[in-house]
Design a protein around this ligand. Structure first.
Ligand code: GRF
Length: 200
């Protein structure tokens, strides 16, 4: 049976696009393994990531953190939205794809071992946002994209997979990001496929 996943985003949604392509386009790594029940973004509805969900005919919701009173309310809305789109059954996995809000310990415990994230650096060396900027500033020759389970800390959960990106010959930050993201776009669906295959 196809696993149910929810994808949480904040940014441009390029990882979301890649995941959706691998689920819904022919010969994708995630064909028949899962379905996206809802994409939730913490930015306005018109933001690029949510529009990608729309273009794939996937349910999507904008839940803007800054319009809500508290983080608790924000997370309650996320949980309610997931429950709404699964008729109360919930999802098998929550996939973070550039989701910039830090989830509370309560939220993480509720979905313990079921929240997955992709980070643009080795989580042992660098945690938090702007991992590509960090690699560029420090003139790294190589960085490691990391897919990991989310725990109560920031980018501190168990590592599921890593892939090196060769940064030699990079001329600017944009080039570095493009090189890194092209690795992300294949690594994330690959790791998700592994997890979902092992489970089924
Ligand atoms: C990616 O670099 C990802 O590793 C990080 O946030 C970025 C999201 O990019 N967690 P996009 O929105 O998928 O384009």
């Amino acid at each position: 049976m196809r696993k149910k996943i929810a994808v949480l985003i904040s940014g441009t949604g390029t990882n979301l696009r890649s995941i959706l392509e691998h689920i819904y386009l022919p010969q994708g790594l995630l064909n028949d393994l899962c379905e996206v029940v809802v994409v939730i973004g913490d930015r306005p509805e018109a933001s690029p990531g949510l529009q990608i969900a729309r273009s794939f005919n996937i349910n999507y919701r904008s839940i803007e953190r800054k319009l809500l009173k508290s983080k608790r309310q924000f997370e309650e809305e996320i949980i309610e939205t997931i429950n709404y789109f699964t008729a109360g059954k919930g999802v098998d996995y929550i996939v973070l794809a550039g989701f910039m809000s830090i989830l509370s310990a309560e939220f993480v415990q509720k979905y313990c071992g079921k929240i997955i994230n992709i980070h643009p650096a080795d989580t042992k060396d660098y945690q938090g946002p702007a991992g590509y900027e960090w690699a560029y500033r420090n003139k790294l020759q190589e960085t490691k994209i990391t897919v990991h389970l989310v725990d109560e800390g920031v980018d501190s959960g168990p590592i599921l997979a890593q892939q090196s990106v060769d940064l030699r010959g990079i001329n600017n930050l944009e080039e570095l990001k493009a090189r890194g993201k092209s690795v992300e776009h294949l690594l994330y669906p690959k790791v998700l496929a592994q997890i979902l295959t092992e489970e089924s």
